[in-house]
Design a binder for this molecule. Structure first.
Ligand SMILES: Nc1ncnc2c1ncn2[C@@H]1O[C@H](COP(=O)(O)OP(=O)(O)OP(=O)(O)O)[C@@H](O)[C@H]1O
Length: 304
């Protein structure tokens, strides 16, 4: 049995004028760390809200651990943990009060499932009496995760848990998710950060409510169909503008100190480099590179 199943789910808003989720089907295996990867407005939150029984789909069906997201909402609510994108904490309650509150909601206690939250809770315990509203972003995130875990959920849904959190806390957070996965919890996590996609076992790349690809990050990258080049010159912005008008160029976008490009059939990189130098671009350097998940996402997006 899959832990999560989405079967042709569609969700619209404003009398059908906004299509937030467009005929999405996918499955998440038991114990998997699965990522929904896409920019703002891609439809990630709508999918989470359907799976956590807070929103009804227009069409299609969805199950969590075999329970129907519409009919069996009560059974699902007791089996899942949900960390919404905007923090779910009560800002005026202290760390301990927040935890106690969420534990009580599920008829549990901090002590009952302490093992599950120990590693995370120990980091915020020194601030037990501090109000949640006075915690740093990273600490709020840890407390919110503890609150989502306090009733020992079978499936954990995390909507953009690392947005607005510093780099070190982001890294720590992913280490925590790995450890939770090792304890058998299925995790569905969304993020707009492509580097975080690589930390998931499988990912769905989402754009405009549609799934563009579902696979392991490595397999998605391996499907990149053409050679990708990184090119630079002294004046990178002038080069980018020039490349956009070159017939040899299939796609081009700035990427750190380089421009990533793909070429149209029949064009070659050495000729392009020479042409750019002849047009007055200084120190043009180009090399073939291995695509990253961001390159795959951009290509799929352009195709769509
Ligand atoms: N209640 C609503 N009424 C109208 N439109 C909505 C509503 N909720 C979401 N939308 C729209 O549906 C689309 C998908 O939004 P959703 O929040 O599901 O995406 P997301 O990937 O989670 O993005 P974000 O991170 O910005 O929340 C967006 O165009 C959004 O503006």
């Amino acid at each position: 049995m899959s832990a999560v199943v989405l079967d042709h789910i569609t969700k619209t808003y404003d009398d059908g004028k906004v299509v937030a989720v467009d005929d999405v089907s996918l499955q998440v295996a038991e114990g998997e760390l699965f990522g929904l990867i896409g920019p703002d407005g891609a439809g990630k939150t709508s999918l989470f809200r359907i799976l956590t029984t807070l929103l009804l789909p227009d069409k299609g069906s969805a199950t969590v651990r075999g329970y129907d997201c519409v009919k069996d909402f009560k059974a699902i609510r007791s089996r899942i943990g949900y960390m919404p994108g905007k923090f779910s904490l009560y800002q005026d309650l202290t760390v301990k009060e927040n935890l106690d509150f969420f534990a009580t909601l599920f008829g549990s206690s901090i002590e009952e499932n302490y093992d599950l939250i120990r590693d995370i809770y120990e980091q915020i315990k020194p601030f037990n009496d501090r109000r949640a509203g006075k915690l740093s972003g990273g600490m709020k995130q840890k407390l919110a995760l503890c609150c989502a875990l306090i009733h020992k959920p079978e499936v954990l849904f995390l909507d953009e848990p690392t947005t607005g959190v510093d780099v070190v806390s982001r890294k720590e957070f992913w280490a925590m998710l790995k450890s939770l996965k090792q304890q058998g919890i299925t995790i569905v996590v969304s993020t707009p950060y492509m580097d975080e996609a690589m930390r998931c076992e499988r990912i769905a790349l989402i754009q405009g409510g549609k799934i563009m690809s579902v696979d392991t990050p490595d397999n998605i990258i391996a499907q990149f169909p053409v050679t990708l080049y990184a090119i630079k010159a002294d004046d990178i912005y002038r080069l980018l503008t020039a490349l956009r008008n070159e017939p040899a160029i299939d796609s081009s976008y700035a990427f750190g100190e380089y421009i990533h490009i793909t070429l149209r059939n029949g064009s070659d990189i050495d000729t392009l480099r020479q042409q750019m130098e002849e047009k007055g671009h200084a120190h043009v350097a180009a090399k073939a590179i291995r695509p990253g998940i961001e390159d795959s996402f951009i290509r799929l997006m352009n195709q769509a």
